[in-house]
Design a binder for this molecule. Structure first.
Ligand SMILES: [Zn+2]
Length: 193
């Protein structure tokens, strides 16, 4: 039997996994922080590794800033998948970045269409990511990609639970820590009565 922990840690399907990987280049705080992208050079390597950029293409400091802006806008949009309403400012950031990211519809030999970037370089990588987000929003997978409800974590996980009730990146990690702290709060409240 699969445990809830295993279910919640699953990677998102298809190209949505790339969006998930981008969001998860940063999560956690303090000693538990996971940070992958701290320079344009690291971003270059990451984009090439995820087939979003040609090896020789340059990545500027401005490109680096824009990708991190997109990453945090996506994290905010994902938070809305299980708790808060979407903030208009995050929608604006997404739309601003998407407006520089032209996409074109490409019909494949199997008759299925995909959205492909109509521009090279990091603009193309941004377009590709925006296209992946759009595709997953229309195919229904987007709503299952969530950000861990532990404020100090905020890792993106794909919720495969039947009733879409997943709240933490892992039950064994963030889930149990938060449950333990809720228990301590209840006990303290009880003692103070
Ligand atoms: Zn977590």
């Amino acid at each position: 039997m699969t445990t809830l922990h295993e279910e919640q840690s699953k990677a998102a399907p298809g190209s949505l996994a790339v969006v998930q990987a981008l969001v998860n280049t940063q999560y956690g705080q303090g000693r538990r922080a996971h940070t992958e992208l701290t320079s344009p050079d690291q971003l270059h390597a990451w984009l090439v590794e995820h087939c979003l950029l040609a090896d020789g293409a340059p990545v500027t400091q401005g490109d680096f800033r824009r990708v991190l802006q997109l990453r945090e806008a996506l994290r905010s949009l994902l938070r809305a998948n299980h708790e808060t309403a979407m903030l208009a400012s995050h929608i604006d950031v997404f739309n601003r970045l998407a407006s520089d990211a032209p996409l074109t519809v490409l019909l494949h030999a199997d008759g299925l269409p995909t959205l492909e970037p109509d521009i090279a370089g990091v603009d193309g990588a941004l377009a590709h990511l925006v296209g992946m987000v759009f595709t997953s929003m229309t195919d229904g997978t987007w709503g299952r990609l969530k950000v861990c409800r532990n404020e100090r974590c905020q890792k993106a996980f794909y919720d495969t639970s039947k009733n879409r009730s997943g709240a933490w990146c892992s039950m064994a990690g963030c889930g149990s820590r938060l449950k333990a702290s809720a228990y301590r709060h209840r006990r303290t409240a009880h003692t103070e009565e």
